[in-house]
Design a binder for this molecule. Sequence first.
Ligand code: ADP
Ligand code: MG
Length: 684
Amino acid sequence: MAYLDTDVRYLKGIGEKKAQALNKLGVYLVRDLLSYFPRKYEDRSEFTPIALTLDGENACIQAIVADTPRLVRIRKGMELVKFRAVDDSGSVDITYFNSPYVKDQLHKGQCCNFYGKITFVGNKRTMANPVHEDENTVGGITGRIVPIYRLSAGLSQKLFMSSIRQGLDAAGGELPEVLPESVREKYQLAQAGFAYENIHFPTDFESLELARRRLIFEELFLLACALGKMKGSHSAADGIKMADTDMEEFFSSLPFTPTGAQIRATNDAMRDMKSGKAMNRLVQGDVGSGKTLVAAALIWYAWKNGKMSAFMAPTEILVEQHMASLEGFLGKFGMRIGKLTGSSTAKEKREVKSKLLNGEIDLIVGTHALFSDDVEYKNLGLVVTDEQHRFGVNQRSSLIGKGDKPHVLVMSATPIPRTLALIIYGDLDISVIDELPPGRQKVDTFAVTESYRTRLNGFIHKLVTEGRQVFVVCPMIEENEELPDNIKSAEEHAEELSRRFPDLRVACVHGRLKPKVKNEIMQAFVIGEIDILVSTTVIEVGVDVPNAALMIIENAERFGLSQLHQLRGRVGRGRHKSYCVLVSDTDNEVSEARLKIMTQTNDGFKISEEDLKLRGPGDFFGSRQHGLPEMHVADLCTDINVLQMAQIAANELLAEDADLYKPEHQALRKAVERLFELNADTLN
Ligand code: ADP
Ligand code: MG
């Protein structure tokens, strides 16, 4: 067996317990360990003469222990070890808190390396709890650039360093070079062995950068190859060839003029549908950009070509809304529109299924129920899925298997920076709707603390009195979740608001209600019978209530930025001036920065780019929202170039050897297969 596939529990220094702690971090085999990259590095490579160290600086010094370390007991449970250390230039007072054993590790006259923070007390230099080791230590934690790993309970930096060292020494020669030499040369990438050595134990920062660049490239390149292969296998499929059709009849029937971006997206898709190959296209557009119209145009186009369409939405409420807007766009042409959801009665289901089988429906709108095994279609030409975060890559492809290769259009409001979208949706062609319908107003957004509660309530009352409606969103109530006191639970918050506003109509929806009840409440809000709707994020996806002019998000720090943006998109859909208020008492800097971004821009792409900068793509990829494998190399934001390069290189390579058949591509092929294996649930 290859050493890389050895279980980490067999490494020196790792027993059953530590192995379990490592497993929790996703580390099972030596190969996982070697791919567990440092979170950051500390530059301890330079020794600074004590006299030149600055107040507040982290410094590495080489000094002699000048007196015998003494144990001082300040009070019960508080022990200090104190001594002075000197070099040619000066001295520093060193203290260890609650580490009595240090007294026996260090002795007068010993020459040691220390690394820690220098603090000036009066005119004296001090260091508290520095790391220390004998000056002659080889491969230690001073005198070099030191990797810092993300830890969990029971693990230490030292353990990571020593076990990774073991792994590299034993398996270094075995590390597969998955990048073909031609690719490595063309893009000037370091070799695998060098990269793994230097990402963990860089000899200098230049080597670290080379290692990082290579590993990021490798990871993205593998993913791009995997997705490229999937795309290749889809688009090789023959599709229904549709004829040229004059769209004027459809477009001139609309109550408004379509935007240029809507027309472009429609044309992109029509080009696919005429090509004879099956379409696989993503239409990406910010909330409110008018994606439904694009779908309607294509459904109409398919109908003109004698084909029926299926439109799938993630929730029943959305099915209702899409039904309404699609009827508005298409009903007047005499198209026959049907509905199928989980809550359709047995009788309704039977009827709809028989109509679908007999070709008596031109458009069916529904939830997942549309694609259960017992539903058969006659003449299915187009499948539209309104993705809105909810469907992963795998569900998309399960639709494609239905009937004889219908065209597939995926709509997504997840604003992903374009460069990332290239990879995340690498198996689809992309059209971006980058223009909002005219006259859209910006939603004024405010981030406030609890101390604004009274004013906020006043504002709610004023708006409702003017005839507007209000959304209030609270963080999700998980089943059995113990909510910290400050987290608003939707139900409690709704009760509080009803007490506060006895004259207003307050209702609450959350995920634990039966779909039917949830639906009734949502409908009541849509037709204006409720003034304030308190909810968990069930309203996140697409409901259209043009009269709603205020979105309040409680404990806003608990939401992701793109989620906040989606939620905000629920208001500002009518002609009324609209507002979004983010309530949060967080004092976490990153959370504050994220909320601030919301107050500064309404542009979803910009928000996601800023989010990317704040969180790093490690998180972005790690969130699994997109249904892709987790990435290991964090902090890609500065590496958008590498991302693009990897994409281009993958395309070039697949163009030359689509099946990765050539001998020089075997290592790559294995790695791609491994990626598919590990992610069988998402990549298929
Ligand atoms: P989303 O992209 O978020 O799904 P929708 O398709 O729900 O957006 O459209 C949002 C609103 O904008 C709808 O009420 C729709 O009728 C309207 N709309 C769409 N396109 C236009 C347009 N070109 N001009 C004016 N209003 C439009
Ligand atoms: Mg929509």
